[in-house]
Design a protein around this ligand. Structure first.
Ligand SMILES: Cc1ncc(COP(=O)(O)O)c(C=O)c1O
Length: 383
């Protein structure tokens, strides 16, 4: 069986490095907010070309804390509306609710699965104060257009980059047609999304940069927000036993940070491998029953997932399974149809619903071999 994602194979090469990291933490005898967290925050801020990185407990908390930070700074108030894509993992929407804000759902583009900027403005009211952009499946949303709308309407832009570590925007160039030096230069100019206010990351094990448990981070260039967030994640306290804010306990674990320090140097090459596989899938899968995902071949997509669409999803999934290929559906029930959000169940978001009815994620990861990709392509083309 070709597994959908072989996490054991992904982490095995790090076994020695992880053991060394564990020994380091044991030798230090310091387990919460120590040197490893500090080192990771510095390294990840640098990697993302942002000024601050605040390590937190998970990606969900990263989002909630950004909103709580803005509430603390008086830039948001309880009951404010936040624009969010209807087509996302439910965590994005739950984070808005958790911060006592009101999510306002906007349909995606069918081609990119990401929020459709053309549909944002009609949802803006006097209560709208922010847009939560989600870079779904690893592909950046159309940030130029979104930032322009946000500027015009004086809205904060928060980014959910839980699935898009290492993607970067403003790269009109085709990654596969320019020499490496150009790629590097571009990399330095605008690494990672188009950070406007704050970006949330998850290091859940299956992510492009994943640890061995839960982990998350917030990146920002805003010193005021960073100061509040460093405190909010730690009971609202900068100085032990003195509490400035009503905070929470959501700190990036020292050991997880140590593991992330071992893995971060390979994030770019891992993403390159994902893109090479995506490029093969896009060129070689030829089947009228399957719609392939859109990609402009730039670095704005790091293929956390390779998501195809078909009206025969259950049948195709069963066929792939019979042929020893494991696939996963991301996601089968949209947020507005979930039992948890009963009040929204009668709402209609036809494009979001169509996507949820048709999507199927193929195996893609840095450890998927050429032979496995060839086998998957061949099986799909014979469907
Ligand atoms: C789009 C999106 N947002 C937020 C999250 C939340 O991240 P975590 O699971 O680390 O809380 C996830 C991950 O599951 C996600 O995919």
């Amino acid at each position: 069986m070709i597994p959908f994602l072989d996490l054991k194979k992904i982490n095995q090469p790090y076994e020695t490095a992880f053991q060394e990291k564990l020994k380091l933490v044991l030798d230090n005898g310091w387990y919460i907010l120590g040197k490893e967290v500090e080192t990771f925050e510095k390294a990840f801020a640098e990697y993302c070309q942002t000024q601050y990185c605040i390590g937190v407990g998970n990606g969900f908390d990263a989002l909630v804390l950004i909103f709580k930070g803005y509430i603390q700074l008086g830039k948001l108030q309880k009951g404010d509306e936040v624009i969010v894509p209807a087509n996302t993992y439910i965590a994005s929407i739950l984070a808005i609710l958790q911060a006592d804000l009101i999510p306002v759902l906007v349909e995606p583009k069918l081609e990119t699965y990401n929020i459709n900027p053309a549909l944002i403005e009609e949802k803006i009211t006097s209560k709208t104060k922010a847009i939560l952009v989600v870079h779904l499946y690893g592909q950046l949303a159309e940030m130029d257009k979104i930032n322009e709308i946000a500027n015009r309407n004086n809205l904060l832009v928060v980014e959910d980059a839980a699935q898009s570590h290492g993607a970067f925007g403003n790269s009109k160039k085709n990654k596969f047609q320019i020499p490496n030096t150009d790629v590097l230069e571009n990399n330095l100019k605008s690494k990672i999304s188009n950070l406007k206010s704050a970006t949330a990351y998850s290091f859940y094990p299956a992510k492009n940069l994943g640890c061995l448990g839960d982990g998350g981070a917030i990146n920002t260039n805003d010193p005021e927000l960073a100061k509040v967030l460093f405190s909010l994640r730690n009971y609202g306290s900068d100085k032990k036993y003195f509490n400035e804010y009503i905070g929470v306990n959501s700190r990036l674990d020292e050991l997880q940070a140590a593991f992330l320090n071992a893995k971060l140097p390979n994030l770019n090459s891992d993403n390159d491998k994902r893109q090479i596989i995506a490029k093969r899938y896009l060129a070689e899968i030829k089947n009228d029953k399957i719609t392939l995902p859109f990609w402009d071949l730039s670095n704005n997509h790091v293929f956390h997932l390779f998501v195809i669409r078909t009206s025969k999803r259950e049948d195709l999934q069963a066929y792939l399974s019979e042929n020893n290929i494991q696939t996963v559906i991301h996601y089968s029930v949209p947020a507005h149809k979930q039992q948890a959000l009963k009040d929204w169940n009668n709402l209609s978001y036809p494009i979001t619903e169509k996507i949820h009815n048709e999507v199927l994620s193929l195996p893609i990861s840095p450890v998927l071999t050429d032979e496995e990709v060839s086998f998957i392509v061949d099986v799909l083309n014979r469907y």
